[in-house]
Ligand binder design. Structure first.
Ligand code: TRP
Length: 459
């Protein structure tokens, strides 16, 4: 690269998001996903409620938000996939592009277990519509869930169906696929969520559910709990692997990056809270334990809904809502390898999409079959599914976050970064940009490293 400030791909050849609302819908579509509905409530439940929520909030504000801004700014400045972007913006010969390579690995790892959970959600939409989930006995709903996940054929076919569905949207492109679809799905998501919350708050256990979610029990905050909360903050905001860099490369030049990132963070937090408010009161009302873990969504929720008036309609609404949320997130996960293969290997976009799809079907099968054919294969005490989840959230995303913070804070050059955040000086957000650079230089990297080492029991 002779001129590192020149975008590597001419703007006219590259697709992008076409409007402010489109940028917001697509980016929020990436952030909102199973993380809000499957991970957030179950991790909050398993790690003691409000204390976990507080640590998660701190991690989001101190680490997540600045890293998200850095990623978007890097992507928009270079207007390219993460690997090309980091090559273009790095000082000569410094191998920061390795962040992009690690991101590709993370994208495949996350997609492979994520798509399997999405597969269960889609299967549950079908079941809820048929009314075949209605039992107030958790033993029955548990048996139904086990029957689904231990059936290799169903697990695999639903997963491949989900991947093909997402691949089909990606074939429509960035503007007509990702942007157009998320613009429709995001408002629908909020409507469904608010309806469910309103209903949940009328239940007898509402006060108990809210207390669990909002009153901290300090004794429960241990080092692994802090690591989990930080991992969730990365996972939630889709940062640490180049997703936000990729979406940043589709942002218009006039988009206010700090403002958009803050809005996305706040709206995403709202969705998590609303999901908690929809779920916990119902769980307490019908006498279930909040710490049911990941099975909360697939075992407890159907049993809870079965006891409510209009249970079947509400349950269908809940799983459609989850499917909607997961679609936007899956789109962003798959877009990273698609655009990287397209731009770096010179494959046409449709070919890159099909290649990504086929690779994911193969890699993802390891996770899809983790509860059936491969259930006995548990190196180090975890199934492939659980390894993919653990390694990506607690290792790859935080490591990616450290290096992205170091790159933006030091290597790229604070001036370049600040100029990108202020849209080349037109925004007058100098003080804010300086604060962000300072946090990314001095706060985020050591904090992430300390939490990681402590949480993994290495210090
Ligand atoms: N943020 C999404 C969720 O909460 C998941 C997700 C999409 C993601 N893209 C990502 C996580 C990139 C990490 C990295 O469900």
């Amino acid at each position: 690269m002779t001129d590192p400030t020149a975008p590597p791909f001419p703007a006219t050849q590259r697709a992008g998001f076409s409007s402010g609302f489109g940028v917001l819908a697509a980016t929020l579509g990436s952030a909102v996903g199973l993380g809000n509905i499957w991970k957030f409530p179950s991790l909050t439940g398993a790690n003691g409620g409000a204390g976990f929520l507080l640590v998660y909030l701190l991690a989001t504000l101190l680490i997540g938000l600045p890293v998200m801004m850095a990623e978007i700014a890097i992507g928009r400045q270079a207007r390219a996939n993460p690997i090309t972007a980091l090559v273009a913006l790095s000082p000569r010969r410094q191998p920061w592009w390795l962040i992009g390579v690690a991101g590709m690995v993370a994208a495949f790892l996350i997609s492979s277990f994520y798509s399997e959970v999405v597969a269960w959600v889609f299967a549950y939409v079908a079941k809820a519509l048929r009314g075949s989930l209605l039992s107030s006995d958790p033993a029955v709903t548990e048996a139904a869930f086990q029957a689904l996940i231990t059936d290799p054929v169903q697990s695999l076919l639903w997963q491949w169906g989900v991947l093909a569905f997402i691949g089909g949207i990606l074939l429509l492109g960035v503007t007509k696929g990702i942007e157009a679809i998320t613009k429709k799905l995001m408002p629908l998501l909020f409507v469904l969520l608010l309806l469910l919350c309103a209903f949940s708050l009328t239940l007898d256990g509402a006060a108990q559910g809210l207390a669990f979610l909002f009153l901290p029990d300090w004794g429960k905050i241990t080092a692994p709990v802090v690591l989990t909360a930080m991992g969730l903050a990365f996972f939630k905001l889709s940062i640490g692997m180049g997703t936000m860099m990729t979406y940043g490369s589709y942002f218009g030049n006039d988009q206010n990056i700090p403002a958009t990132a803050t809005r996305v963070m706040a709206a995403d937090l709202c969705v998590s809270m609303l999901a908690g408010i929809a779920i916990f009161p119902a769980v307490f009302t019908f006498g279930f334990a909040p710490s049911a873990g990941p099975s909360l969504v697939f075992i407890t929720i159907p049993a809870v809904f079965a006891q409510m008036p209009f249970g079947q309609v509400l349950m269908a609404a809940f799983f459609v809502l989850t499917a909607v949320a997961a679609t936007g997130a899956m789109l962003s996960l798959m877009e990273v390898p698609v655009v990287t293969l397209h731009e770096r290997w010179g494959l046409s976009r449709p070919r890159a999409t099909v290649l990504t799809l086929v690779l994911l079907m193969v890699v993802g099968a390891g996770c899809a079959l983790s509860q059936s054919t491969l259930a006995g294969f548990q190196p180090g005490g975890r199934t492939l599914f659980n390894w993919a989840d653990y390694v990506s959230s607690n290792l790859l995303l935080p490591l990616g976050g450290i290096f992205i913070a170091l790159f933006a804070g030091w290597a790229w050059g604070a001036d370049n970064f600040r100029r990108a955040l202020s849209n080349q000086g037109t925004l007058h957000n100098g003080a804010l940009a300086r604060a962000i650079v300072w946090v990314l230089r001095w706060v985020s990297p050591p904090l992430i490293l300390a939490v990681m080492l402590r949480g993994l029991d290495l210090i």
